[in-house]
Structure formats: structure tokens, C-alpha cells
Design a protein around this ligand. Structure first.
Ligand code: NAD
Length: 321
């Protein structure tokens, strides 16, 4: 268990499936020592806090309670998982207008009490809402982080590990771009135990090549399949957010595929998009610039162009309000 020399306070806004799964992961892994749950539905937040507290004797000591926006004043991290989620068949981008307006209200409430920590955004479309959070909060870009393709990258590593029967922790690779339909697999940097994928297996083999294409499609479309089956996805992202929280609060300088404001890196400008990034207690330390193939670079450019257009519309929409 980690020994904290000081209190680290996390506030979660939105205690639906994602927010409560994240809270459960924090408790299980002892990542923080103070956790406040806020939801439009106060009863829901209180119920979750009670339920989580009853697990305390099986976990590590932590203060968990439901609260209001005043609690954000001295928070180290505010994690936003509030808002509408995807209905069956609905894309993440379809959610943009609904959630951009909800976000403006939430972020204003948080900033009004003098919040001066780090934002993590998980609500979809996450890249766009991270940019909305940056604009509304006025905080430096290093302190507004989207969960980006952290979950997609985990799905990718898991499916590769299943295919090659190697522990997913020894499988390295990234999904970059939009957390959504235009994301891309960075095949050129997949490694299994340090061995590049094209040396680990014969990618020229027609069957393997086809399997890899299917594998990526399963990563990209995972949310659609799970939503059809059980209505929402939450355990994977709950653990992904916990991983990101640990990297930030424990100053780990970890590389995670988060959504951050790209300004020149990868030849892209002024867009929140999923890229491998070094994260520590100050938030974003540095974007890691991989040498992409021409195809990957082109796919990333297309994903960024789509996000930039949609982000522009979302920012206009909240200005008009
Ligand atoms: P949910 O409907 O279960 O929970 C949303 C919660 O937000 C509800 O409890 C609701 O009361 C609350 N809420 C709504 N408006 C609010 C406001 N103004 N202030 C405070 N609370 C408010 O939804 P969910 O399944 O938890 O999904 C939440 C979001 O997370 C969705 O946008 C979903 O698409 C997204 N998501 C992201 C990822 C990712 O990888 N980033 C993965 C899964 C889901």
C-alpha cells in the first residue's frame, strides 16, 4: 500500500456507471486517500459513497463521501464522467451538443469555487469535451487531460495478448487519434517483449494479416458491441482512469495515450487528440513523438481534421449560450 505524506483529494463529477466503477477501482487499489462524489442526482452519489465505504475494511483507509462543488476548491484532481452516454447505434460524436452544454455548466461551477488542480475528462466525445474544459476553465493545457485512447490502447493490447498468448503487460502498442471511429492502430510500433510485431509474426501471411485487421476492428467497435449487449461500458475505463490517476498523483512520469492539446507535434495544430504522453503530478509533461509510417501519419491527420471541425462547432455552440 502506498504511504501518502499528504492528503490527495479526488473529486468525481458524475457517479453513473463510469464514475462509480472508477471510484471502486480507486478504493481497491488504494490510489488516493480522499474521494468526493458529486452527481446531479445527490441520492445516487450518496448511495455510491455508502456502498463503497462498506468495502473499506477489505481495502485501504480512505475518506469517501458525497458532496457538492465546494469540495473542488482544494481538490488535486477533478475527474468528470458526467453526462449522457451513447445509446445503441449512436456514435460518440453524436453526443457532442448534449454534453458540451452540460460541461460548460459543470466546469463553471468547479472554477467558481477556486479549483486549481488537474482536470481529467472521460465523458464522450472525450477529445472535444477536453477542449471545451480547457476553454471554459482557462487552466493551462498541461492541466486539462482527456482519457483519450487509454481504453482503446488497453483493448488493443489485450486482444493482441489473446491472439499471441502472451501476457498483455508484455504487449506494447498504441491506438492513437480520436477516441472513436477515426482512431488508428500504430502497427509500426507494436512490440511483444521488445520484439517488433513484424519480426514476431509474419504479417505478410494472408491469414495473419486478415486477423490483425479484424483485431483492430474489434478494438475500434468494442463499445458498440458491449453497449448492444449490456447497455454501457465501464469497468475498463474505470481501471484506465485509475491508472491515469496513479500516474498523476504518484508523479510517475508514465506514458499513457491520453487526449491532450497538440500544438505542432505530429504536424498537427491546436486539437485535443489521443497521443502517447508522459504524465506526472503537473499533468502533461511531454508528448512522445513516434516516427509514424506515411499511412499512419495520414490517418492521424484525418482523425485530427475531423476532431478539429467538430470541436470548432462545439466551442461555437457554448459561446452562443
Ligand atoms: P451514466 O448515465 O451511467 O452516468 C452519468 C451520470 O452523470 C449520471 O449519474 C447523471 O446523473 C450524471 N449527470 C448528468 N448531468 C450531470 C450534471 N450536470 N452534473 C452532475 N452530474 C450529472 O453514464 P456512464 O455510463 O457513466 O457514462 C458517462 C460518460 O462516460 C458517457 O459520456 C460515456 O460515453 C463516457 N464513457 C467514456 C469512456 C472513455 O473511454 N472515455 C468509456 C465509457 C464511457
Amino acid at each position: 500500500m502506498v504511504n501518502f505524506s499528504k492528503t490527495r483529494k479526488v473529486v468525481v463529477i458524475g457517479t453513473g456507471f463510469v464514475g462509480s466503477s472508477y471510484a471502486f477501482a480507486l478504493l481497491n487499489q488504494g490510489i488516493t486517500n480522499e474521494l468526493v462524489l458529486i452527481d446531479l442526482n445527490r441520492d445516487k452519489a450518496e448511495g455510491e459513497a455508502r456502498d463503497l465505504n462498506h468495502g473499506m475494511p477489505f481495502g485501504s483507509p480512505m475518506k469517501i463521501r458525497a458532496g457538492d462543488y465546494e469540495e473542488c476548491r482544494d481538490a488535486d484532481l477533478v475527474v468528470i464522467t458526467a453526462g449522457a452516454n451513447q445509446a445503441p447505434g449512436e456514435s460518440r460524436l453524436d453526443l457532442v451538443n448534449k454534453n458540451a452544454k452540460i460541461f460548460k455548466g459543470i466546469v463553471n461551477n468547479i472554477m467558481e469555487v477556486g479549483f486549481n488542480g488537474i482536470f481529467v475528462v472521460a465523458t464522450n466525445p472525450v477529445d472535444i469535451l477536453s477542449h471545451v474544459t480547457l476553454e471554459v476553465s482557462g487552466l493551462p493545457k498541461e492541466r486539462v487531460i482527456g482519457s483519450g485512447t487509454i481504453l482503446d490502447t488497453a483493448r488493443f493490447r489485450y486482444l493482441l495478448s489473446e491472439y499471441f498468448q502472451v501476457d498483455s503487460r508484455n504487449v506494447h502498442g498504441y491506438i492513437m487519434g480520436e477516441h472513436g471511429d477515426s482512431e488508428l492502430p500504430v502497427w509500426s510500433h507494436v512490440q511483444i517483449g521488445g520484439v517488433p510485431l513484424d519480426r514476431y509474426t509474419n504479417l505478410m501471411d494472408e491469414t495473419i494479416n486478415k486477423d490483425m485487421t479484424n483485431l483492430f476492428e474489434n478494438v475500434r467497435d468494442a463499445a458498440y458491441h458491449i453497449i448492444e449487449q449490456k447497455g454501457a461500458t465501464y469497468y475498463g475505463i474505470g481501471m484506465g482512469l485509475a491508472r491515469l490517476t496513479r500516474a498523476i498523483l504518484h508523479n510517475e512520469n508514465s506514458i499513457v495515450t491520453i487526449s491532450t492539446l497538440v500544438q505542432g507535434e505530429y504536424g498537427l495544430d491546436d486539437v485535443y487528440i489521443g497521443v502517447p504522453t508522459i504524465v506526472n503530478e503537473y499533468g502533461v509533461r511531454q508528448i512522445v513523438e513516434l516516427q509514424l509510417t506515411n499511412t499512419e501519419q495520414q490517418q492521424l491527420r484525418e482523425s485530427a481534421a475531423l476532431l478539429k471541425e467538430m470541436t470548432g462547432k462545439a466551442l461555437e455552440a457554448i459561446k452562443e449560450e
